[in-house]
Write a protein that binds this ligand. Structure first.
Ligand code: AMP
Length: 224
């Protein structure tokens, strides 16, 4: 099964996606994370993607597809996966169907107010070492500015600066939002309210997944 998480930057796709991953056992695959990893490792692909990411625009479809294709070929994605940040435009949505055949597919649109996402993004701090994500208001570290997991000093993502946030929102509205109508027309789309807590957002998603037909690879498990 393929779970697609749609939503503006800061809508909580990553955090909620981790809950979906825990519940289903499927990996969350974030093209943003794959790209940041390529930039960090200074690969040729990372060098080509870096400028676009820093400006808040979309990276070339072909580059993203190359990274995604490699990731989807890994054994842990065989039965299912959760896409966070892909597709980001209509061409990518069509590409995905060609790339990975006819899988049972369910799409969640996480809807959030613009003030909520701006607050979340500007307060986000990330660990450059282990990738853990925090928030100055909603998910504080035990020691200020220090990662709870590995002790590294936290940083702000380059593209979480206010001027880049504005551009990312524009990119979302012009390029990604048309996907809502696309998936709605296919009958795969479920809208969920993303303004509340992670659990409040996750709860309706969990109910939908629990109703997926047997054999689609879903098994929402209760957390112990
Ligand atoms: P994210 O972590 O999903 O917010 O992505 C961070 C940045 O990576 C975006 O602002 C884009 O520049 C780039 N990016 C991530 N996913 C895609 C994608 N599917 N297509 C094009 N660019 C992407």
């Amino acid at each position: 099964m393929r779970v697609i998480l749609l939503g503006a930057p800061g809508s909580g796709k990553g955090t909620v996606g981790d809950r979906v991953s825990e519940a289903t056992g499927f990996p969350r695959i974030s093209t943003g994370d794959l790209l940041r990893d390529a930039v960090r490792k200074d690969t040729p692909l990372g060098r080509r993607a870096k400028d676009q990411m820093g400006r808040g625009g979309l990276v070339d479809d072909a580059l993203v597809l190359e990274l995604l294709g490699e990731r989807l070929a890994a054994a842990d994605a065989r039965d299912g996966y959760i896409l966070d940040g892909y597709p980001r435009n209509l061409d990518q949505a069509r590409c995905l169907e060609g790339l990975d055949g006819k899988r049972a597919e369910v799409v969640f649109l996480i809807e959030t107010g613009e003030d909520v996402v701006v607050e979340r993004l500007s307060g986000r701090r990330v660990c450059p070492n282990c990738g853990a994500v925090y928030n100055l208001v909603t998910k504080k570290t035990r020691r200020e500015g220090i990662c709870d997991v590995c002790g590294a000093h936290l940083v702000q993502r380059e593209d979480d600066r206010p001027e880049v946030i504005r551009e990312r929102m524009r990119t979302y509205r012009t390029q990604t939002e048309p996907l809502v109508a696309y998936y709605q027309a296919k009958g795969d789309l479920h809208k969920v309210d993303g303004n509340g807590s992670v659990e409040e957002t996750f709860s309706p998603i969990k109910s939908v997944l629990a109703r997926m037909p047997a054999g689609s690879g879903r098994v929402p498990r209760e957390r112990s």
